[in-house]
Design a protein. Sequence first.
Length: 112
Amino acid sequence: MVQDPDMYVKLTRPVCAFITFESDDGYNEALSYTKKGWLSKVTAAEDAATTANILGRPVEFTAATEPTNIIWENRWVKGVHLYKRVVIAIILISIMIALSFSFILISKSSAI
């Protein structure tokens, strides 16, 4: 398939792009660009010449769904496991603060 130039073009042709807008105004403008109302049916012949095309196809914007299927790394940690991790972190931080305080106190007293 890849050796045939026509098939290579078909296989490598982009079919989708994810666009991030800086403001909601641009997002709303893009979505309203492809909305088809009753007026667009009346002026379809006139709009055919002015509609933007990419690779011979009309541009179409659709809103992406919310990312609800994201798997967070530690999302499963709940209940006892969560509290155990919090307690261990607090103990380790307390030990490090106590060691640094002792080191500073000892070095200050030897300098005096």
